[in-house]
Design a protein around this ligand. Sequence first.
Ligand code: FAQ
Length: 325
Amino acid sequence: MSEKTIDKKIDSAKKRKINYAVLQEQIFQEKIDAEKKIEPKDWMPDGYRSHLIRQISQHAHSEIIGMQPEGNWITRAPSLRAKMILLAKVQDEAGHGLYLYSACETLGVTRDELNKQLHEGKAKYSSIFNYPTLSWADMGAIGWLVDGAAIVNQVSLQKTSYGPYSRGMIKICKEESFHQRQGYEIMTEMANGTKEQKEMAQDALNRFWWPSIMMFGPHDSDSPRTGNAMKWKIKRKTNDELRQNFIDKTVAQADLIGLKIPDPDLKWNEERGSYDFGEIDWDEFWNVVNGNGPCNEQRLNHHKKAHDDGEWVRDAVKAYAKKSA
Ligand code: FAQ
């Protein structure tokens, strides 16, 4: 919407004695409906701002906490090539976290506040990172399934209505595609390897399948945030739509390398043109989201320690900036 159109609308509203706040909200929604991006200095409802701060910061925390399960295997990668690829991937996740924190800061919140919310348990991060990584095959399962699920979600978020978030997603998705392929390559090699290697790959798939499909969140009927998120075009697809999309894509990939998805109810539904699948264990999901998963405490403590250990770096940077000024 051009400045001229907005001015015209304001003039006409004044004549019709329409409340200015109502008008602002109306103009904002019209912009969203017309697929225009909202930029940091544009007017936005408080609810839109706080919804974005919550979602983008949780997304950023997920990228950073998500470095831990894979970081655990860098020193034990089975070859120099595998080590270099894993190291590059984990570094990419740090980069994604930084883009996302920066996008979040454009909404008027500081990194310190965001870290504080994480450390006090007020901000969440993705449930998937509270599961342990027990074997090298888990690096394959994470790349293939976790990054695979993240891409399905993030491709749709490239069209999110907030400009900085949307642009961040475009860059992140390019890197996530590489991550997904490196994971699938590990799984393919192991599935075609010795009997023991194939068993390790199947075991990793068994452990990571259900937590991966939980990443998309509760069913739409139990998702309190979806209503506003869809109205404001923060989310472009619902949790269930994205989950179905991921399952439909992934089943054929498992078949191709001779691995079996651990769901006896998984069945192609000709009518829907999609897979039917079994019931998700929502008790397990909420237990993990609420801090009681196998690694929640370990992940958060590690983050806190790294943050505290890095204090001298932050102090040094500030002192250097002061001196240079
Ligand atoms: N884990 O009403 P909804 C990655 C919470 S990036 C924990 O449906 P919404 C890359 C939700 O926050 C992975 N909490 O909420 C990588 C809400 O709580 P709140 C992260 C969850 O926001 C790969 C409550 O439940 N991606 O993996 C989860 O509409 C490998 C009610 O839920 C993103 O963050 C969950 N799985 O939908 C990195 C994408 N699900 O805040 C390293 C952006 C739900 O009201 C290695 N985010 N909750 O207290 C989103 O798309 C959405 O926020 C959803 C949740 C889909 C996650």
